[in-house]
Ligand binder design. Structure first.
Ligand SMILES: Cc1cc2nc3c(=O)[nH]c(=O)nc-3n(C[C@H](O)[C@H](O)[C@H](O)COP(=O)(O)OP(=O)(O)OC[C@H]3O[C@@H](n4cnc5c(N)ncnc54)[C@H](O)[C@@H]3O)c2cc1C
Length: 416
């Protein structure tokens, strides 16, 4: 990895945003031979520096293969908790989970764990370490992009300190409020869920056994996600925004007292073990993922509800598709910023993204509700899933991102 000096510098691809999807794309492209720069507003050492804070990602099996192919997985493997089962249930506060469980077991897929839970601090550190080994990759951190310009045959961005970087293509990996998209005139659709996610971690007496739980409570889902070591779980607890604000304002004892009746006793005694974060939840999808010499990936293209822990996984599917389209085009001597090249990327990703975004929206609406008719309907639906192995396998295949013929190479564990 190189750190640049000053003045105009020319790259093949400029990636705005060094969260997780930006670095993943940069690594894949650099391995494919492209000269890439990643610009991130945050300082590289500002993330994960505080130690364990409980934030973690469910990384689907296909995403794990991508991380292995781009050289990040070795740094994560020792911190990863395999997810062996996912149990979903309708919950009632104070009464614990309803008797109705739908269990998704990795053994039914016969292809290893459904995914892994890995803490944010390890994921980001893994990306940073992998980027450091790449000569073709430049990371500029602690700098914001403040302007962009597209001209015939090239595009450029201006940094807050006045430097100008030029490339054939700008990739917006700059999150839900993507400035790259705004500056390119790309508008968005979506809505506010009126829910906020309370995120923390608990320590529990009993071993979690690699089981993830999703309780569908009337105000929003509660996910209990197993972390490495067996006695910690990450909590993503969605509540109506006003209630979430009240809970967040409580002291730790009050917060735990509010969580306990929802969590139940199945893991024995619980104590709070992480920092306490809140994330307002909305759906925000870009109306198009491409514009002249611009492509969007990750949350910049689609910010979804965290109900199925699919946000980052969706972003990594963008990474896999865009890296392959651009690398193939470069090998054929084509202009990687040309409209027809970018159209291939958009075609590959739009359908999957829309289905996934609306699917999670629908599940959230169906379950975040105490209407007795909807309660009956979802019990019926969950009953059908519980009783039908083929339906369960279809659900698990989607959630673990099983990648068959026609999927991008990186999702199958191959380099571009
Ligand atoms: C509560 C919650 C739980 C979640 N759990 C899961 C999970 O279990 N599994 C999963 O797959 N996903 C999960 N997600 C979703 C996941 O966190 C996101 O999809 C993912 O982090 C998005 O990564 P990104 O790189 O696209 O964007 P971001 O992480 O938002 O990164 C954007 C980057 O762009 C930079 N930036 C912005 N503007 C500029 C600028 N002008 N110049 C330079 N840099 C700029 C920012 O500094 C930032 O570093 C969860 C989300 C939430 C809210």
């Amino acid at each position: 990895m190189r750190h640049i000096g000053r003045m105009t510098t020319v790259y093949d691809i400029l990636i705005v945003g060094g969260g997780l999807n930006g670095p993943a794309l940069a690594l894949a492209l650099a391995q494919g031979g492209a000269k890439v720069a990643v610009v991130d507003a945050r300082a590289a050492d500002s993330r994960g520096a505080t130690g364990f804070d409980g934030r973690a990602y469910a990384i689907a099996a296909a995403s794990q293969r991508l991380l292995a192919a781009i050289g990040v997985w070795p740094a994560l493997a020792n911190h990863a908790q395999p997810m062996l089962q996912i149990k979903t249930t309708d919950g009632v506060v104070g009464r614990g989970p309803a008797p109705f469980f739908t269990t998704f077991d990795h053994a039914e897929l016969g292809a290893g764990p459904m995914g892994y839970m890995v803490e944010d601090r390890h994921v980001y550190a893994g990306f940073l370490a992998a980027m450091q080994g790449q000569d073709k990759l430049t990371l500029i951190s602690g700098q914001s992009v403040v302007a962009q310009d597209v001209q015939a045959g090239r595009a450029s961005v201006t940094l807050a300190d006045g430097r100008v970087l030029t490339a054939k293509l700008i990739v917006g990996a700059d999150g839900r409020a993507s400035g790259v998209a705004q500056r390119a005139g790309i508008t968005r659709w979506g809505w506010d869920y009126g829910q906020t996610a309370l995120v923390t971690a608990v320590r529990h007496e009993k071993h979690h056994g690699g089981v993830a739980h999703q309780y569908f409570l009337p105000n929003g889902p509660l996910a209990i996600l197993p972390l490495h070591g067996g006695h910690h779980s990450s909590i993503v607890w969605s509540e109506k925004t006003a209630i979430a604000a009240q809970i967040q304002a409580l002291d730790d004892a009050g917060y735990l007292a509010a969580l306990h009746p929802r969590f139940g006793d199945f893991l024995g005694d619980i104590t709070l073990a992480g920092a306490r974060f809140t994330y307002p939840l909305n759906l925000t999808v870009a109306k198009t993922f491409i514009a002249p010499r611009v492509a969007l990936i990750g949350d910049a293209a689609h910010g979804v509800h965290p109900i199925a822990g699919q946000g980052l996984n969706l972003g990594l599917r963008d990474v896999a598709a865009l890296a392959e389209v651009l690398t193939d085009a470069a090998r054929l001597g084509l202009d990687i910023g040309a409209a027809d090249v970018l159209a291939r990327y958009q075609e590959w990703r739009r359908f999957d993204t829309t289905i996934m975004a609306l699917g999670m929206d629908g599940v959230n609406k169906l379950f975040s509700n105490d209407n007795p008719i909807l309660r009956g309907l979802r019990d019926l639906g969950m009953g059908a899933v519980a009783a039908t192995p083929a339906l369960r396998r279809a659900f698990m295949g989607k959630a673990s991102g099983v990648a068959g013929e026609g999927s991008p190479k990186l999702l199958r564990g191959e380099r571009v």
